[in-house]
Design a protein around this ligand. Structure first.
Ligand SMILES: [Cu+2]
Length: 482
């Protein structure tokens, strides 16, 4: 794919610039980045309690408007759940909302019953009820948890949080978490509810917002001490926005993508383009001078917008570390992986605005475009618009599977496979021996991208676009591992 195609595709998903600037100008105060609030109560039987409920937050500082969000434990983002690799995670979801909900543990190689997909792996948890999630976190890394019921509404309202699985030999490097969200707010700073579920969003680039927050605040300041090395865990939790970031001339090492370790190397430009749900772990050396400030930018159509800043302390300096960071241990079972003998599964994406979809199957019936728009199923995989009665493919446990994706739409898509990471083995006409391991990967218009994985975890694994409006509009299927 040429850069121009990529940029055009990218542009279509980005902010309306004027809207964005207006919203930024409305930011009244620049809040300090505090440690993420939100306490996690633990029961006698060892469960963290996550209460899904309505609560109020201040994106723009104490003197700014109050925004009603849906949260876990009254905090946006939800509380950080931190466990050691191999440890049991026990979380009791208590639903205090007036809508059913569920939690998906994004990127975790999990017991299928605990995957949290309402309608596929569990029933949604009704208002007033609770559900116990109990699973082992087999791989260290940066993960996140989020709602998986009516996600197009519930994620846009704030139901997500970080799940950090620590390495057994975790270094004592200071960690900074950056959870980036994209909100569509009205002039009073409230969530724009009128446009929730709007067809135009679903058929285009999804629900794109007009205010970006980091850890629930607009333009927070992130403290650094000159000379120190910090680990940044960055997560894009937006419904649909692709985020391209710039870190103010710092030259960090990259150590993981989507929680999966990669051999430490210096960051390349495209590494910091994060599709919805993607994560990146960096080791950043604070190379600027004490007392200085430097902006973190969100980049859109060559325009840069400040979304946060690094603030160096006045006097404190520490001796810089110059050696590369230690590689993180890979614990995912790659040893048995043989992409050469994979079962090939084609998947053609069609639909959306400016697309060529004339018909698709919904509820077993073939509908024409007009009927599809009425049914709000405007995207399809292999001609099927979101029906989950049958899987995309049924495979035997232990088989290697290669999904050959063709994006025949005018939009990029962030494809997410539940239950395992996959290796990107080919893109257009290039194949990679050393492709990246991801749980979510961007597939741009007119691209052909192949994902391969070892199907070693039995169950029903959802495979969908993580631009949530696209998922809701038909870009969803599942893989049956038997
Ligand atoms: Cu999509």
């Amino acid at each position: 794919m040429t850069n121009t195609t990529k940029n055009n595709a990218f542009r279509r998903t980005q902010l309306n610039r004027r809207k964005f600037l207006t919203a930024c100008a409305a930011g009244l105060m620049i809040p300090q980045l505090s440690a993420l609030a939100g306490s996690v109560e633990k029961t006698d039987d060892g469960f963290f309690i996550l209460k899904a409920k309505k609560s109020e937050t201040k994106f723009f500082g104490d003197n700014g408007p109050t925004t009603q969000v849906w949260s876990y434990n009254n905090t946006n983002p939800g509380p950080i759940i931190k466990v050691k690799q191999g440890e049991k995670v026990k979380v009791r979801l208590v639903n205090e909302l007036d809508q059913a909900t569920s939690i998906h543990w994004h990127g975790i190689r999990i017991d299928n019953k605990m995957d949290g997909v309402s309608g596929l792996t569990q029933d949604a948890v009704k208002p007033g009820e609770s559900f116990d999630y109990e699973f082992t976190a087999p791989d260290a890394g940066t993960y996140w948890y989020h709602t998986h019921n009516r996600s197009w509404e519930q994620l846009a309202r704030g139901l997500y949080g970080l799940l950090i699985v620590e390495e057994p030999d975790k270094s004592d490097v200071r960690e900074i978490n950056l959870v980036i969200d994209d909100w569509r707010l009205d002039n009073a700073g409230k969530i724009d509810e009128k446009s929730m579920g709007e067809m135009h969003d679903w058929a285009h680039g999804g629900r794109l917002g007009n205010v970006l927050t980091l850890n629930g605040k607009q333009k927070p300041k992130i403290k650094l001490n000159a000379g120190e090395r910090v680990r940044l865990r960055i997560v894009n939790v937006a419904n649909s926005r692709i985020m391209e970031l710039k870190l103010a001339d710092h030259d960090p090492w990259i150590i993981a993508k989507d929680g999966h370790p990669i051999t430490p190397r210096k960051l390349k430009k495209d590494d910091l383009i994060l599709g919805p749900a993607q994560r990146i772990d960096l080791m950043l050396d604070a190379t600027h001078k004490p007392g200085t400030q430097s902006p973190i930018h969100f980049v859109d159509q060559q325009q840069k917008y400040e979304i946060a800043s690094f603030e160096y302390s006045q006097d404190q300096t520490v001796a810089p570390i110059t050696s590369p960071p230690k590689a993180l241990a890979i614990t995912m079972p790659h040893a048995n992986f043989k992409p050469l003998t994979a079962k090939i599964v084609p998947l053609v994406m069609i639909g959306g605005a400016m697309g060529s979809m004339e018909k698709a199957i919904v509820g077993g019936k073939t509908l024409d475009w007009k009927q599809l728009v009425k049914a709000k199923r405007v995207w399809a995989f292999n001609g099927i618009a979101g029906d989950l009665d049958k899987p995309l493919v049924k495979v035997n446990r232990g088989e290697t599977v290669q999904i050959d994706i063709t994006n025949d739409t005018a939009f990029p898509h962030a494809m997410h496979l539940h239950g395992t990471h996959f290796k990107v083995v080919a893109r257009n006409n290039m194949s990679f021996n050393n492709g990246e391991w991801r749980d979510t990967e961007l597939v741009y218009p007119n691209e052909k991208v192949s994902f391969a994985f070892l199907a070693d975890n039995p169950g029903k694994w959802l495979f969908h676009c993580h631009m949530i409006e696209h998922q809701a509009g038909g870009m969803v299927t599942w893989i049956d591992v038997v």
